[in-house]
Design a protein around this ligand. Structure first.
Ligand code: PPS
Length: 290
């Protein structure tokens, strides 16, 4: 079992030590005109959107998608770990179009993405489900900081002391940018409820006019069930000391409202007070149940 890393705060955002040590390389990263970024606060639908976007750019070629795991097809910009290439090194070596995932708040996005006006797809999810999902992710992912109890983790989420820091800084910053031509802001709950129209929005945004049968194929390949069973999207090819799916699977429940199975009435009240404070200065709202 690997030791859990120390957290280091960079520009107000706690990061695992290897990520923090590599942060300057992330900030200096050279974007290209046709780069596409999928940005989220962790556990908001990054992998789902990554699979959708990769398939859109490959015209629904599911065989091609089956050749490599999602973390190779859509590298993680901020990634850094011992004895392996960083996200920026991997991305620098890609010859063709790059699709990448990131959890960067808008105010920390490397400058060259703005200079190149790169397309950004932002996916937001209701924070109660994000917190619960992130808690389970910390349990199964020893490279993350120690989760502690759900109560401790929830307080860390509220205080912005967990990995990637403040959820509201991340979501509100991108919500402010949502009207920019190069930004598409989506909600996980809309994707769940009405998937095909949301995928269609992504296609239009990416200027890919694909026929309905391809849209249907992409939809079928990216359902929760399909992605949970697909080794190229469910991260089960990684060693147990990186992700232990016996503790909790990476693709876990994929529903809206799982927080109700976890939060006590008292915890929910604390969370609601936090949301009241954080969201009172914005018109951003979330759906918390189906
Ligand atoms: S990460 O670790 O930040 O990359 O995680 P991320 O991919 O952003 O989010 C993981 C959650 O998304 C759910 N998921 C899906 N839901 C519905 N449909 C599909 N196809 C799908 N794929 C992934 C996944 O189950 C995680 O949510 P929870 O609530 O834990 O199940």
């Amino acid at each position: 079992m690997l030791d859990r890393p120390q957290m280091i705060t960079v520009s107000g955002m706690p990061l695992p030590e290897p990520f923090a040590a590599n942060w300057e390389n992330v900030q200096r990263f050279q974007a290209r005109d046709d780069d596409v970024l999928i940005i989220t606060f962790p556990r908001s639908g990054t992998t789902w959107m990554s699979e959708v976007v990769d398939l859109i750019f490959h015209e629904g070629d599911t065989e091609k998608a089956h050749q490599r795991p999602i973390y190779e097809r859509v590298p993680f910009l901020e990634w850094a770990g011992p004895d392996m290439p960083t996200g920026t090194e991997i991305l620098d070596n890609i010859k063709g179009r790059r699709i990448m995932k990131s959890h960067c708040p808008a105010d920390l996005l490397p400058q060259s993405f703005s200079e190149k006006n790169c397309k950004v797809i932002y996916v937001a999810r209701n924070p109660k489900d994000v917190m619960v999902s992130f808690y389970h992710f910390h349990r199964m992912h020893p490279i993350s900081s120690t989760p502690g109890t759900l109560q401790e983790f929830m307080m860390g989420f509220i205080e912005g002391t967990i990995t990637f820091g403040s959820w509201s800084r991340n979501v509100k910053g991108w919500w402010k940018n949502r009207h920019q031509k190069n930004v598409l802001f989506l909600f996980y709950e809309d994707l769940l409820e009405d998937t095909k129209p949301e995928i269609k929005k992504v296609m239009t945004f990416l200027e890919k006019d694909l026929p309905d049968d391809v849209l249907e194929k992409i939809h079928q390949h990216t359902t929760f069930r399909a992605m949970k069973e697909n080794k190229m999207t469910n991260y089960t090819d990684l060693p147990l000391d990186v992700m232990d799916h016996t503790i909790s699977p990476f693709i876990r429940k994929g529903i809206c409202g799982d927080w109700k199975n976890h939060l006590t009435v008292a915890q929910n009240e604390i969370f609601d007070e936090f949301l009241q404070r954080e969201l009172s200065d914005t018109d951003l709202t979330f759906r918390y149940q189906d």
